[in-house]
Ligand binder design. Structure first.
Ligand SMILES: [Zn+2]
Length: 134
């Protein structure tokens, strides 16, 4: 059964798709079909640029089961340039460079882990990496 929600979840693996409020133009992520600013129905898809900056962050010394190969890792609260905030893992960090509040970041789609089960499902997730400016 193909529902709009399934379609949206699949699209999110390849891009940052949220919604935009047709009434007050507020950008919404994750999609929730209701504008957090004015409370109106908001079902218009909106593709975010995937760019933002670090709002706050924390470094994890060990990951949940299946993620330990990536530990330690840094999880950040990222404010997208369109406004919404989301939590995501940071990647491609230079060990010599410290993560700072306000660090410019951009979204990348990464393989999260490969399920060892019979179907060999590969899970993808978005992460963010620092934007290098010359
Ligand atoms: Zn609104």
């Amino acid at each position: 059964m193909e529902t709009p929600r399934h379609w949206r979840l699949r699209k999110q693996r390849y891009g940052l798709i949220g919604e935009v409020c047709p009434h007050c133009d507020v950008k919404i992520f994750p999609p929730r079909d209701v504008c957090p600013a004015c409370g109106s129905e908001a079902k218009t898809p909106f593709a975010f640029s995937g760019k933002g900056e670090v709002y706050s962050f924390t470094t994890m010394q060990s990951g949940p089961t299946g993620f330990n190969e990536n530990a330690p890792y840094t999880v950040a609260l990222i404010q997208l340039e369109e406004g919404p905030m989301l939590t995501a893992q940071l990647t491609d960090l230079d060990p010599a460079e410290e993560v700072t509040i306000g660090l410019p970041v951009e979204m990348v789609t990464r393989k999260l882990r490969t399920d060892a089960g019979a179907e060999g499902i590969i899970l993808y997730s978005y992460k963010f990496r620092p934007v290098f400016t010359a």
